[in-house]
Design a protein around this ligand. Structure first.
Ligand SMILES: Cc1ncc(C[n+]2csc(CCOP(=O)(O)OP(=O)(O)O)c2C)c(N)n1
Length: 278
């Protein structure tokens, strides 16, 4: 079982990742704050506690793989990869600049990125292929695929979900960032997928719900998912879009919004207050 000190470290890392997101977006430029911030705790758990992935094993066939199927939230993945030392911090200042390494969606030129994502609905298909290859190689590595709740409207995703069940893929853990808001408004209004848990169950998956902002609960859910054999497992993370920034929480305007000076300052102040309270 994870101890209190390690949990604190994960919480602290999730905060650092949120600072990094702010640094990348800056003032007066659109950036995916909401769907990045909702994943901070999960990313901190995966990259800094769970996954076998570091600077020295990036080419190791037995490394764990993470695919951010909701690729528009790349900033949170870039933050984690940067904190792991996969590229210099200066790159955070050059996000979405032609001369920079980090573009608007994950790209294979970035150390630690395993697939190009951004066209929603494709990550699970890619993950299935990787997981099957790893199984053939008798590798202990696991594949983690992170999807959005808005992304659940993509048909390809449900074909992939059936394939995972058919092939009894149990070396892959899928996540749904159930933050209930997509690009233009509440997911339920734009393209609702009611009974998400029942649908995944009906598709042959083990479904595990978890509080997506509680590192301890996330870890317990991942451990539970790993114990599932002979079928795939998905963790539905109950999250808040824009978590950590009061003005962005549950607010579709910050899906890909612009912060002015005042809002940016408020964002920093809120992170500072959270840090002081750790
Ligand atoms: C195939 C495809 N259709 C549409 C889009 C445009 N798009 C980008 S983000 C987004 C909403 C995604 O919502 P969700 O999966 O809930 O992500 P989150 O709210 O967690 O950021 C859409 C429709 C896309 N990237 N790919």
């Amino acid at each position: 079982m994870i101890n209190e000190t390690d949990i604190k470290k994960i919480r602290a890392m999730a905060l650092e990742l949120r600072y990094d997101i702010l640094e990348m977006i800056g003032v007066g430029v659109a950036g995916h704050l909401g769907g990045s911030a909702s994943l901070a705790e999960l990313m901190a758990v995966l990259y800094f506690y769970k996954m076998n992935l570091n600077k020295d094993n990036l080419q190791d066939p037995n490394r764990d793989r993470l695919l951010l199927s909701k690729g528009h939230a790349a900033l949170i993945q870039y933050a984690a990869l940067c904190e792991k030392g996969f590229f210099p911090r200066e790159e955070l200042k050059r996000v979405k600049k032609l001369e920079g390494l980090l573009q608007g969606h994950p790209d294979l030129t970035i150390p630690g990125i395993e697939a190009v994502t951004g066209s929603l609905g494709q990550g699970l298909s890619i993950g299935n292929g990787m997981a099957l290859a790893l199984r053939l190689d008798k590798s202990p590595a696991r594949v983690y695929v992170i999807m959005g709740d808005g992304e659940q409207s993509e048909g390809q995703l449900w074909e992939a979900a059936q394939a995972s069940a058919h092939y009894k893929i149990d070396n892959l853990t899928a996540f749904i960032d159930w933050n209930k808001i997509q690009a233009t408004g509440p997911t339920a209004d734009v393209f609702g997928i009611p009974d998400l848990d029942k649908k995944w169950k009906a598709f042959g998956w083990e479904v595990i719900p978890a509080d997506g902002h509680d590192p301890e609960k996330i870890i317990a859910a991942i451990d539970e998912a790993e114990k599932v054999k002979g079928k795939p497992a998905v963790i539905i993370l109950d999250t808040i879009k824009g978590k950590g920034f009061s003005f962005a929480e549950g607010n579709a305007a910050y899906h890909n919004g612009v912060m002015d000076e005042a809002v940016f300052k408020k964002a920093l102040e809120e992170l500072d207050a959270a840090k002081a309270g750790l």
